[in-house]
Design a protein around this ligand. Structure first.
Ligand SMILES: C[S@@+](CC[C@H](N)C(=O)[O-])C[C@H]1O[C@@H](n2cnc3c(N)ncnc32)[C@H](O)[C@@H]1O
Length: 1015
């Protein structure tokens, strides 16, 4: 072991003293609290620290989760898990003091709340009473003791001016202590990162230093702790790497906690976002205000360049805010030119609509803008002329309906695919040609009234374009026509063809757009070319943000919020390139708004070093002590395709230092899908990472929990890369986010890995399975034991069933991944071997075994283990979830995960509600008789019979008759009677409805009686 004596504060540390110590995250991790905090961060939406860099990047991992992983991987397991967890929670500001400080800053827990929740004999030492005139010295109120309800007393409370912050904090902490769950407490709090870190953590250092005193830890900040722990483990400040860095949240948070950071990604837009996290958000306020000044300067210059062209102001001096365009097509039936839009409502709040008025001479429709439309007119306008895949309109009393497919001229190609007769636009095109199926038409302008531009709320109105407006429109076209070739040559406007793909096929197929610049109209091209003249790395980030807010793909919203008259949304509302029939285009004032937006900041420690590469993960060149990655898998976002929307703009002249990167999405190198190529790409990536970390290095991989198939794939990959699983946790990241599809909720598994020790170990299924079962049991039992201890002391257990289940998987995989060959086959060839559909591999079997071993231990409270062992999946699921519901659990992903674990075929059939955060089982009384027939999953089970029996009792049928029915329906009735009694016992305690609990008691007593009578 090498002795390194570090300078100053780290003097007393022996480098590598913790070289082989297991990390805290291998044993304990407050996954529930991390889940709650991660969701709070997500819910902050645009206020998240890194979102402002590029809101089009949807998949950033929550920073709080990254912080928990970094700390959990560095802190050692000391032998006292309870204390380890306590210290860890302090460091995450999840403990009572931390929560009190976070609540103090949030200031939602007011004196009146505190006074109503705690006992306090001297409230007036802390609070001042208002709302009453002079009180006499003997007024009852002056002798009031807490708790009391200020409102009932007819008074208002505020903090007394002389109450110190310390005293306030103590009372807040006591008041928070009266809430039973962490969620309730934390809902009064700021997120940890929103609070000044020095102040937030001030009280924790004595306890931290004391807990780690044996290793010479002496710190007063998180970065110091991280540095010293790094010394003890790796002999240096730890370096955390992420080779799929995307939006940069992993390396950024690692640096914020004090690590050196390394980031790489294949995609230059991802690299640019990560660069922005470090070089914009992470900079001090002086550097940030210089960047802001740059943005303002560019905005002013572009604004005056556009103003000089006189293309956005009318003769009276009103200034355009937005232009609304729609498609128009010649109807093959009537021969008329018909404007196309799914709605002609322009602004809901101001009742503005576009009205189509026939012009028989020209066989086209005039578009008039009507302000103050009636409710009936609004309703009619909302129908639009594009409905259900058809062009629909009325003319002279006749209705026309033509499918969009017919308009496009769709046909089957000899190869069996679908083609159409839309003209493919050329590189020089930027508007439709007169004979094209789809024309584009300006139908409304959102104006800012002259003289109100600089008001807090400028006066705006909508109007149809006048001849003069159309003349200005033509002028814009002329400018673009004259300049486009030069702009493209100089790299000011994209000249890149759209490569077909999952997401990129859409604009090609449905509009004939063949080049990226076709996704922008002439006004947009002109404005962006102007902006591109000032390109710098910092501006490149803002440019992408800006072009995301105005393109032919930016939906016009009709202003749902109060006081809003409408606006353009972003292109990447979701992760697709959605083409539109009508859209909003921002004029320069509105567009440049986002250039003016403040640059959010969160200063990184000055010492933190950061290095970056734009390479495939398999080609990294940096060594890291810890890799934390969130790889692309299965159905994830098609980053490689959709980022081309931005790459197209920057690739010709990327500013320094971005010019070192390959400005191409390198689709072929991107890891995607879930097939054999995916696994090969992943194995190469993880092997490279394993080779770039020390023997005692750690890896954390995050992936979405879907089914055991994903587990098996992921594990084979890491196994083949020379890694061994050491722990797994489940983080519920359930929010109503864009990432969620069709009610399919997803959580994140964090899988902890270490290098597999050198040497060969041959394994065989027969010997592995018993070892797996034993390890799963050992792991779960030790966690349950810790749960008991902590629950006794703090009222809340640390681990819930999902944690235990995850730990079960991890334990099994730990056993499995220790081997180098399985049944004679080398693990690498096993992992890379092409899979046949439906093939069940050894890993699948072992994962399933692990799930079963874990589930057999997760007996609901109060149910006999023997009963549990005999229940089928659906029964286990129902009873287990009924038990869990009594603790207030209501997350759909919980139900989904357990349904998978218990191998339930269709859990939706026994669900009463499937809302993401308000899920619940179907109540006993809610099952219809059709849902309990023998043809259903639950109907023929013992539980199914019990549900029917309980329903009958509730329908006033005699218990005796119910039991007779049981005897008839269940041939093994006598034998299973104890089991039925046991299940009824559980329902008597856990069923949510009092009537069902009573019925269960009655039925249970009858069944017991039967035994007493010896029947
Ligand atoms: C799920 S995202 C990572 C998101 C990131 N953790 C964040 O917080 O924003 C996966 C990333 O992997 C990148 N990627 C795909 N294939 C790659 C490869 N072969 N090498 C390196 N990066 C790759 C994608 O560009 C994408 O940025």
């Amino acid at each position: 072991m090498m002795e390194v004596v570090a300078e100053t504060k780290t003097k007393a540390l022996t480098a590598f003293a913790l070289e082989n110590a297991p990390a805290l995250i291998e044993t304990v991790f407050p996954a529930q609290k991390v889940s709650f905090e991660a969701q709070s961060e997500r819910k902050a939406v645009a206020a998240q620290t890194l979102t402002g860099l590029g809101s089009y990047w949807k998949g950033r991992k929550p920073l709080i989760l990254v912080r928990a992983i970094v700390l959990g991987s560095l802190l050692p397991k000391t032998g006292d898990s309870e204390k380890d967890l306590e210290i860890f929670e302090k460091l995450m500001a999840f403990d009572d003091h931390g929560l009190a400080r976070r609540a103090f800053v949030q200031n939602d827990l007011k004196p009146k709340h505190i006074a109503s929740r705690i006992s306090l004999s001297n409230p007036w030492d802390y609070f001042t009473l208002t709302g009453r005139d002079e009180l006499s010295a003997d007024d009852r109120l002056l002798n009031l003791e807490c708790p009391f309800d200020a409102e009932e007393e007819g008074i208002s409370l505020r903090w007394d001016r002389d109450t110190s912050d310390e005293a306030k904090l103590q009372l807040i902490e006591r008041a928070l202590g009266t809430f039973s769950t962490y969620e309730e407490k934390a809902s009064f709090c700021k997120r940890p990162e929103e609070v000044d870190q020095t102040w937030l953590y001030a009280p924790v250092w004595p306890a931290v230093n004391d807990h780690y005193a044996q290793w010479g830890i002496k710190v007063e900040s998180l970065p110091e702790l991280v540095e010293q722990m790094g010394m003890l483990r790796f002999g240096r400040r730890p370096r955390v790497g992420d080779t799929f860095s995307g939006g940069g949240s992993i390396p950024f948070e690692a640096a914020r906690t004090g690590c050196d950071a390394y980031a790489s990604d294949l995609n230059p837009i991802a690299c640019m976002l990560t660069w922005g996290a470090f070089n914009i958000v992470g900079k001090d306020s002086k550097a940030r205000s210089e960047i802001e000044e740059e943005y303002r300067r560019v905005a002013r210059t572009v604004q005056s360049a556009v103003d000089e062209l006189s293309i956005e102001k009318d003769e009276k001096g009103n200034r355009a805010k937005a232009f609304l365009y729609c498609l128009e097509t010649r109807c093959p039936e009537s021969g008329w030119l018909v404007p196309m839009s799914p709605s002609w409502v322009i602004s809901k709040n101001d009742n503005v609509i576009a009205k189509l008025v026939p012009n028989h001479n020209e066989k086209r429709f005039e578009i008039r803008i009507k302000n103050g439309a009636t409710t009936k007119e609004m309703r009619e306008a909302s129908l639009g002329t594009v409905r259900g895949g058809e062009l629909q309109y009325e003319l002279d009393g006749k209705s026309y309906r033509i499918s969009i497919r017919t308009l496009r001229g769709e046909y089957r190609t000899p190869e069996g695919s679908t083609g159409n007769r839309l003209r493919k636009w050329g590189k020089e095109d930027f508007i439709a040609k007169p004979d094209d199926v789809y024309q584009e038409r300006l139908y409304a302008i959102h104006w800012i009234l002259k003289g109100t531009e600089n008001d807090g709320r400028p006066k705006t109105y909508f109007a149809a374009p006048t001849d003069a407006d159309l003349e200005r429109e033509r002028h814009v076209h002329q400018i673009v026509e004259q300049n486009l070739p030069t702009w493209q040559k100089e790299g000011l406007v994209p000249n890149m063809a759209i490569e077909p793909g999952d997401k990129t096929d859409e604009p090609i197929r449905t509009r004939g757009w063949s080049h990226w610049h076709h996704l922008f109209n002439p006004r947009q091209l002109l404005l962006y070319a102007e902006l591109m003249k000032h390109i710098s790395p910092t501006l490149a980030l803002r440019l992408c943000q800006v072009i995301n807010t105005s393109a032919r793909l930016t939906r016009w919203t009709v202003g749902d919020g109060p006081g809003r008259s409408g606006g353009t949304k972003q292109v990447f509302d979701n992760q697709a390139l959605n083409v539109l029939f009508n859209y909003g285009c921002r004029a320069s004032v509105y567009l440049l708004d986002s250039l003016y937006a403040d640059v959010r900041g969160s200063v990184l420690p000055t010492h933190a070093s950061f290095s970056q590469e734009c390479v495939p993960a398999s080609q990294i060149s940096q060594d890291c002590d810890i890799f934390i990655t969130d790889p692309p898998y299965a159905d994830a976002i098609n980053y490689h395709e959709i980022t081309e929307f931005f790459i197209a703009w920057l690739r010709m002249n990327p500013p320094k230092p971005f010019d070192d990167w390959v400005w191409d999405s390198r689709r072929t190198l991107a890891i995607k899908g879930s097939d054999d190529d995916f696994r090969r790409g992943m194995v190469d990536a993880y092997r490279a990472m394993a080779e770039h970390m020390p023997e005692n290095g750690m890896q954390c991989v995050m992936f979405t929990h879907q089914d055991t198939g994903v587990w098996a794939d992921m594990v084979s990959i890491f196994w083949a890369a020379g890694l061994q699983v050491v722990a797994a946790w489940y983080i519920a990241t359930e929010t109503t986010s864009e990432l969620k599809k069709g009610g399919y909720v997803q959580g994140t598994v964090i899988l902890m890995l270490r290098k597999r020790p050198e040497g060969d170990r041959a394994g065989f299924k027969q010997s592995i399975l018993p070892a797996v079962r034993a390890e799963v049991q050992r792991q779960i039992e030790s966690m349950m034991h810790l749960n008991e201890e902590i629950k006794d002391k703090h009222g809340e257990p640390v681990f819930n069933d999902s944690d235990l289940q995850m730990a079960g998987y991890a334990a099994a995989l730990k056993v499995l991944t220790a081997y180098t060959t399985i049944g004679g086959e080398d693990v690498t060839s096993f992992a890379l071997r092409p899979r046949n559909k439906g093939e069940v591999t050894v890993v699948d079997e072992i994962v399933q075994q692990a799930a079963e071993a874990a589930n057999s231990l997760l007996v609901p409270e109060g149910l006999g283990a023997e009963t549990w062992a005999r229940l089928s999946g659906i029964q286990r699921f129902y009873l287990r979830m009924m038990d869990m519901e009594t603790t207030g659990a209501s997350k759909l992903d919980n139900y989904q995960n357990f349904a998978k674990a218990f191998r339930v075929q269709d859990y939706a059939r026994v669900m009463g509600d499937m809302k993401a955060n308000a899920a619940r089982l179907k109540r006993v009384t809610e099952f219809t008789s059709r849902e309990l027939t023998d043809g259903t999953e639950i109907g023929p089970t013992w539980l199914g019979h019990l549900i029917i029996g309980l329903q009958q009792l509730l329908a006033e049928i005699e218990p005796q008759a119910v039991i007779q029915q049981f005897q008839q329906d269940m041939p093994d009735f006598m034998e299973v009677r104890p089991l039925l009694i046991d299940m009824l016992g559980l329902m008597e305690r856990k069923a949510p409805e009092a009537t069902v609990r009573e019925a269960a008691e009655v039925l249970g007593a009858r069944l017991k009686n039967l035994r007493a009578l010896g029947q």
